[in-house]
Design a protein around this ligand. Structure first.
Ligand code: IDP
Length: 143
C-alpha cells in the first residue's frame, strides 16, 4: 500500500515503477480513502499501542493506493525494497530511505508474511478484483 503521504507527495508513479521494474506483477490495484473500520482491521496487531490512534487517523486521512503484487519471493523482496520502518534508519536506495523522514510518515506498507498478506488481501479486495494473467517478460524473469 502506498500510504496517503506517498499519494500527496506525488510518489505513486515512482513507487509503482520500482515494483514493475523489479519484475513483480501487479494483479490488483485501487486508489481509495480507507475508512476507520477498515484501517483498524488492517492495523489490528497494533491496537492498544501508543501510536495506534495516530496511525489510523493518518492512514484514513486521504487516498492511498492498495495493491496486490505477485512474484517469487515477493513478500521479503518488497519489505527490503521498502526499507526499515523508521526512514531515518532505512538504507539509501530503499523507498523509505529515499523518500521518507519519520516513522509516522513512512510512505509505504508491505505485508510481512504470507498469513498477513492473505488477511490484508481479503480485507481490501474481492476475488473479482484480483486478476490472473501472464506478463510477457516472465520467461526472461524466471529460469
Ligand atoms: P512496518 O510498516 O515496517 O511493517 P510495523 O512495526 O508493522 O512496521 O508498524 C506499522 C506502521 O505503524 C509503521 O509503518 C508506521 O507507519 C507505524 N508505526 C510503527 N511504530 C511507530 C511509532 O513508534 N511511531 C509512529 N508510528 C509508528
Amino acid at each position: 500500500m502506498i500510504k496517503p503521504d506517498g499519494v500527496q507527495r506525488g510518489l505513486v508513479g515512482r513507487i509503482i515503477q520500482r515494483i514493475e521494474e523489479k519484475g513483480f506483477k501487479i494483479v490488483a490495484m485501487r486508489l481509495s480513502v480507507m475508512d476507520k473500520e477498515r484501517a483498524e482491521k488492517h492495523y489490528a496487531e497494533h491496537a492498544g499501542k501508543p501510536f495506534y490512534g495516530d496511525l489510523v487517523e493518518f492512514i484514513t486521512s486521504g487516498p492511498s493506493v492498495q495493491m496486490v503484487v505477485e512474484g517469487k519471493g515477493v513478500i521479503s523482496a518488497i519489505r527490503k525494497m521498502n526499507g526499515a520502518t523508521n526512514p531515518a534508519e532505512a538504507a539509501p536506495g530503499t523507498i523509505r530511505g529515499d523518500f521518507g523522514i519519520e516513522t509516522g510518515r513512512n510512505v509505504i506498507h508491505g505485508s510481512d508474511s504470507p498469513e498477513s498478506a492473505a488477511r490484508e488481501i481479503a480485507l481490501h479486495f474481492s476475488d473479482s478484483e484480483i486478476f490472473e494473467y501472464k506478463r510477457i517478460d516472465e520467461p526472461w524473469l524466471y529460469e
